[in-house]
Ligand binder design. Sequence first.
Ligand SMILES: Cc1cc2nc3c(=O)[nH]c(=O)nc-3n(C[C@H](O)[C@H](O)[C@H](O)COP(=O)(O)OP(=O)(O)OC[C@H]3O[C@@H](n4cnc5c(N)ncnc54)[C@H](O)[C@@H]3O)c2cc1C
Length: 369
Amino acid sequence: MRYEHVIVGGGLAGGMVAQEFREQGGDGSVLLIAREPHTPYHRPPLTKGYLRGEAGLDEVYMHPDEWWTEQSVDVRTGTEATAIDPSAHTVTLSGGDSVEYGKLVLATGATPRTLPDTVALRTLDDSQALAKQLDSGSGHLGVIGGGFIGVEAAASARMKGWDVTMAVPESVVWEHLFGAEVARYFQRHLEEHGVHVHTGTKQLPEGSYDVTLAGIGVTPNTQLAEAAGLTVSNGVETDDHLRAGDDVWAIGDIANYQSVVHGKRLRIEHWDVALNQGSYVGRTWAGKEDAPYSVVPYFFSDIGDWTWFEYVGPGSGRVDVRGSMDDDDFVAYYLDDDDHVVACLGVNRSDEVEAAKALISEHRAAPAA
Ligand SMILES: Cc1cc2nc3c(=O)[nH]c(=O)nc-3n(C[C@H](O)[C@H](O)[C@H](O)COP(=O)(O)OP(=O)(O)OC[C@H]3O[C@@H](n4cnc5c(N)ncnc54)[C@H](O)[C@@H]3O)c2cc1C
C-alpha cells in the first residue's frame, strides 16, 4: 500500500495538514492515521462549552465524517502507527499493515501525566465521562494542578453547581505563566465565584471528593520518532521549516521547532500553534510555501463565562499593565531588559494583543501609555 502523503495523528495539527493541502489544490493520495475512535476534533471546548453541555459535537469536530471522504482524505480511526522507518519510507500500523509514504508528518500530540485515583481530561471521551458526572447532580470536584485544564474545568464544574477545591503548587494560580500581578486577577475571579483555591500545595485538603481531576501537565508523544532515530529532546526537534528529517515533518504539541521569531527552540502546547503548523505543512506539501515558519504563538483561555484572555509570546520579564483589572479591561506587556515586548496578555483587548505580534517579532517597545 502506498500513499504520497501520510499524517500520523488525528488531532487538530494532523487534520489541518490535510485540510490546507486540499484547499491549496494539493493533489495525490492522503492517509490520516488516528489512534482515537474519532475524526480530528478541537480540544478547547472539552473543558469549556462542551463539558458544560452548552456546545454540541458539531462545535467539537473539525468536520463531519463525510467531509474527509469528499476531500479524498483516507482517515483510519482507531488505528495506531506503531513504527516508522524513514530510510524505507514506511509506516507500520496496528494490525500489521505497512504503508509506504512519499511525505510523512508526525502530529502525535501529548498524553496527560496521571496520579492514582484521579481522572485526566484530554480526549473527547474523557470530557464526555466528566460531563456525565457533572450532570448527575451536585458534587465536589477536587482539582490537583494549576494549569489551564485544571482552572478551566474547575470553572465549568462550578458553573454546573458543584463545589470545587483546587490544590495549586504556585503561590498564585498561573503565577508561573503570567507573573503574580496578572495571576492575582485570575485567582480573584475563581475565588469570587466560589472555587476554593489552596495555593503552595500539591495536595487537596482532607475532604470527600466525588471526582478528582489531575491537571498536572502532559508529556509529548515522541516514542515513534525516537524509535525511528529522529532527534528528540523535549519534543521532536525540527528546523525552522518544521522538518524533522528527510521527507518527515513534526508539528503541534510534539514539535520542538527552531523559531525564527525568537531565535531559539520552542515547543508550545496550544490550539493556534497546532492549527498554524498544520496549515504550514499543508501549504508546503502543496508547493505553496517555502519561507520559514514565522507565526508568533498565540493562545487563549476562558474561565467559565467569568473572564477570558488572549496571549502572544511566549516570554517573561518586567510587566507593564495598562487599563483596569477591576473592569476586566486591561493589557499586560512583558518587557525584556531592553524594554522590548516579549509577550502580551489582554483581557477584552484583542486589538492590542494582535498588534503585539509585530512588536514581538520586530523587537520593539510597547506603545506609549
Ligand atoms: C481539554 C483541553 C482544552 C484545551 N484548551 C485550549 C485552549 O483553550 N486554548 C489553547 O490554545 N489550547 C488549548 N488546548 C491545547 C490544544 O488543544 C492542543 O495544543 C492541541 O490539541 C494540539 O494538537 P495536536 O494535533 O498537536 O495534538 P493532539 O490534539 O493531542 O492530537 C494528537 C492525536 O494523535 C493521536 N496519536 C498519538 N500517537 C499516535 C500514533 N502512534 N498513531 C496514530 N495516532 C496517534 C492521539 O491519540 C491524538 O488523537 C487544550 C487542550 C485540552 C486537552
